[in-house]
Design a protein around this ligand. Structure first.
Ligand code: NAD
Length: 378
């Protein structure tokens, strides 16, 4: 069973990865220096139905005082109002500073639970038990927690590291295929930014990975977590290097905002965003065409990214409100080779528009003919 250490300036913990791991939570909690007084499993009713008992029963058997609190599924519930309700629920149930939270779910549940753990009684312990591919390879590791505001995603939050991550690959077997494929775009991202061997593996085993073959998924998830852990270890608070994890996200977030977070899954928008960044790398002459072709082919094969409607001007305008912007300059992650990216701050609006237009041409070409506008509209 792979165990990956995450060692940041503020915390050290392990990511356990494998099959049949949900039942190992009691042992993990028993080995803590201070036994939790109470355990709250934060999850959605849907995930509780699928995986709740596999987490709850072993904890009860080991005499932990455990109960569940619910968040309805969906990004629209990642809001401060949900957090207030959860704080009230914890307080009413007698949660104290020695209470431990378990986030059982995807990135939405993980981000909310992490933020809840960061602020309840000024900070309590929590364990991430990610049940989506995206959460296993990305959001459960690294300690970014938070909620959305009406004007943008993840604008309120905190860095609060979990005390452990338990990524049970069995949970992926119930994940809808579209969610699995969208999440895999974050692994493509990890491969492009830092891991050429992972890139090659994904290229050569695409069909096996998409068929959710356990061994292939374990290989992909483990390598992706190792990339994330290494980057976060070097730069926990995103002062510099950690920004490379945003490869594809500047334009991807703009696409999510332009389509009101309804039409595309996060990973699908990031897929299109990576294609825009690849176009920019080629236009600048820093990314060899052969690498660009391989990157583009893998992004397109991993997920069937739905087309969408937006103009280049609108998308470029929306990148201006990205929270990655600092002191007025937009940081852009530019691919320069498979396994290597650069952080640049001198991308002009004209260059970005050209890259977004090239990406939109691909979006347009992937639309069913019946939905395409006539080439020469009168
Ligand atoms: N903190 C970070 O570093 C970080 C990084 C990337 C993304 N994120 C955040 O993660 C969120 C997206 O996460 P996500 O893609 O996991 O989405 P999600 O949490 O909304 O889960 C997607 C869907 O899958 C369902 N689901 C979850 N596990 C399942 C399972 N095992 N079987 C069947 N259905 C299951 C959920 O109920 C939901 O409907 C976004 O809010 C994004 O901002 C955070």
């Amino acid at each position: 069973m792979p165990e990956i250490r995450v060692e940041t300036a503020s915390a050290q913990y392990s990511v356990r990865l494998g099959s049949g791991l949900l039942g190992s939570l009691p042992k993990l909690l028993q080995e803590l220096p201070a036994r939790p007084s109470r355990v709250f499993v934060v999850t959605s009713p849907e995930i509780e139905r699928l995986w709740g008992e596999a987490v709850l029963q072993p904890l009860r058997d080991a005499d932990f005082a455990v109960q569940t609190v619910h968040i309805p599924a969906g990004e629209q519930h990642k809001r401060l109002s949900t957090l207030e309700r959860l704080c009230e629920e914890l307080a009413a149930a007698g949660a104290d500073r020695d209470t431990l939270l378990i986030a059982l779910g995807g990135g939405v549940i993980g981000d909310i639970t992490g933020f809840l753990a960061a602020i309840y009684m000024r900070g309590i312990r929590f364990v991430q038990v990610p049940t989506t591919l995206l959460a296993q390879v990305d959001s459960s590791v690294g300690g970014k927690t938070g909620v959305n505001l009406a004007v943008g995603k993840n604008l309120v939050g905190s860095f609060h590291q979990p005390i452990a991550v338990v990524a049970d690959l069995d949970t992926l077997q119930t994940l809808p295929r579209r969610e699995l494929r969208a999440g895999l775009q974050e692994s493509v991202k990890s491969a492009i930014i830092r891991d050429p061997a992972l890139f090659e593996f994904m290229e050569q085993n695409t069909e096996t990975i998409l068929a959710a073959d356990p061994a292939a998924l374990e290989r992909v998830v483990e390598s992706s977590i190792r990339v994330k852990a290494a980057v976060v270890a070097e730069d926990e608070y995103e002062g510099g290097l950690r920004m490379i994890l945003n490869f594809g996200h500047t334009v991807g977030h703009a696409i999510e905002a332009a389509t009101e977070y309804k039409h595309l899954l996060h990973g699908e928008a990031i897929g299109w965003g990576m294609l825009a960044a690849i176009h920019l790398g080629c236009a600048r002459g820093v990314l060899p065409q052969s690498d660009a072709d391989r990157m583009r082919a893998l992004v397109r094969r991993i997920a069937d990214m739905p087309p969408f409607t937006a103009t280049a001007d609108r998308l470029v305008a929306l990148t201006g409100s990205d929270k990655k912007k600092r002191s007025g300059a937009l940081s852009f992650i530019l691919p320069v080779a498979i396994g290597e990216v650069e952080i640049v701050r001198d991308v002009t609006p004209t260059e970005l528009t050209a890259a977004v237009e090239a990406m939109l041409a691909e979006v347009h070409a992937s639309q069913p003919a019946s939905l395409q506008e006539p080439a020469h509209a009168s």
